[in-house]
Write a new protein. Structure first.
Length: 450
């Protein structure tokens, strides 16, 4: 038993030592494996870092580029806001309150804020020649780019007065338009020749800024070959009255916005001619422009305008019965009226060119009474009298356009709108707004050291 016991103990010691040796070997092997994994991990991390560094550099560059682009756009927006401020002051404000004089006005807006209240930057505005018809606006937007620099962008805008287009309707009354029975309106284009045949159209639009019931009133058998247009925001069906067999070939609709009726400014520097007066049966000629205190033609008298001319008549314009005002063929005449206008029966204004663009009649603010129109001859011309009432009593053919405060069309008169007048813009209207002639932006942002 002792020998067996001794042998068993010897065997256990021997086997236990082997196990312990195996355990130590396993521990050493695991440590080697862990060390190897750690080395591989370090190498992999280094490799990934090498790959990430260029990407991080690129990302940083893109971030700087994005920031620069954003601030550049913000600076440009500031400059554009400066231009808009200058245009508003020129059109509706008082730019004379700005620093400077008639040759240059300046304004600086510091700490311009967004609607959120955040300060964006500063705006510097310069307006060169602000009292002329062609001001030049320079605006610069500045904002912080870094601790040591400001970013700035500039805009340079040339302005010009917007020319007014008065004759874009056949007939337009600021307050109302009335058509008696059997009156007709249609259109043609004098640029395509005489009225008739294929040169007859349906663009004889009639309109008003009025919005009350009956602001456009067509008596029985009156015909409009064109649109009938009521004031902005109105219901055309309520404003435009059609009686009996009256007819509107186009649409009944309302203006998208009020048609402007600016004042007329007569030219300065015309030779003063005093009063022009032709006695009964007399004749005369006019071959130059001039300012007249009155223009009176006695019965059976005749005056002929033989050269291009501008006539400004500050007082009465009166044509007695059977008198004639002739405008020679090929001659262009503009007549400014500042007092009164009346034509007695059988008087005639003869535009021998038969081109409505050759004869323009314009009324100033002081021409605010009734323009009584009696004639037995066809009329070719364009009339713009924004403060006057036109009482058209002639049973004739009128070729052109009439724009007035109010308008009353007599029975059986025929009105032919000349579409060539739609492009005949004027620069002799007061309070014309400024529009953009050219717009130039600085393409590259400028950095200014603080």
């Amino acid at each position: 038993m002792n020998v067996c016991k001794i042998q068993r103990e010897s065997f256990l010691k021997k086997n236990g030592g082997i196990k312990m040796k195996r355990n130590r070997m396993n521990t050493i092997r695991k440590k080697h494996e862990q060390g190897f994994v750690l080395v591989i991990g370090v190498i992999l991390m280094g490799f990934l870092l090498l790959l990430a560094l260029p990407f991080m550099g690129q990302l940083s560059a893109e971030n700087r580029l994005t920031d620069k682009s954003f601030k550049s756009c913000a600076a440009l927006s500031l400059a554009e806001a400066g231009v808009e401020r200058a245009v508003w002051e020129l059109n509706f404000g008082d730019i004379s309150t700005w620093d400077g004089d008639a040759t240059l006005r300046t304004m600086t807006i510091t700490s311009f804020q967004a609607p959120s209240g955040n300060v964006i930057g500063d705006i510097e505005i310069k307006v060169h020649n602000p009292e002329t018809k062609t001001p030049l606006v320079e605006a610069t937007g500045k904002l912080f780019y870094s601790d040591s620099a400001l970013l700035a962008k500039a805009t340079r805008v040339e302005l010009e007065e917007v020319k007014y287009d008065p004759w874009n309707f056949a007939v337009f009354g600021d307050e109302d338009v009335d058509f008696s029975s059997a009156a007709e309106v249609d259109s043609y284009d004098s640029g395509d020749g005489a009225y008739g045949g294929t040169n007859v159209g349906a663009e004889g639009d009639v309109g008003t800024n009025g919005t009350l019931l009956g602001c456009i009133d067509l008596c029985p058998n009156a015909k409009i070959y064109g649109d009938a247009v009521s004031g902005p925001g109105s219901d055309p069906e309520s404003v435009i009255i059609t009686e009996g067999n009256s007819y509107i070939d186009g649409e009944k609709k309302s203006l998208p916005e009020e048609k402007e009726m600016p004042s007329v400014t007569p030219p300065e520097g015309l030779a003063f001619m005093g009063g022009y007066n032709l006695g009964v049966g007399d004749s005369g000629t006019i071959n130059a422009s001039g300012e007249y205190t009155s223009f009176i033609l006695g019965s059976n008298s005749t005056v002929t305008i033989t050269s291009d001319a501008i006539l400004y008549i500050t007082g009465d314009f009166t044509m007695s019965s059977n008198s004639q005002l002739n405008i020679a063929d090929g001659v262009s005449v503009t007549i400014y009226l500042g007092g009164t206008f009346s034509q007695n029966s059988n008087s005639q204004i003869n535009n021998l060119s038969q081109d409505p663009t050759k004869l323009l009649i314009l009324g100033t603010d002081s021409f605010n009474g009734t323009m009584t129109w009696n004639s037995n001859s066809d009329f070719y011309g364009a009339v713009y009298v924004p403060r006057a009432h036109v009482d058209f009593r002639s049973n004739i053919d009128f070729y052109g356009s009439i724009i007035a405060n109010t308008f009353e069309f007599n029975s059986n008169a025929r009105f032919h709108y000349d579409r060539a007048l739609a492009g005949l813009k004027r620069d002799d209207m007061e309070d014309l707004p400024y529009g953009v002639k050219s717009w130039q932006e600085e393409l590259v942002p400028v950095f200014i050291e603080k």
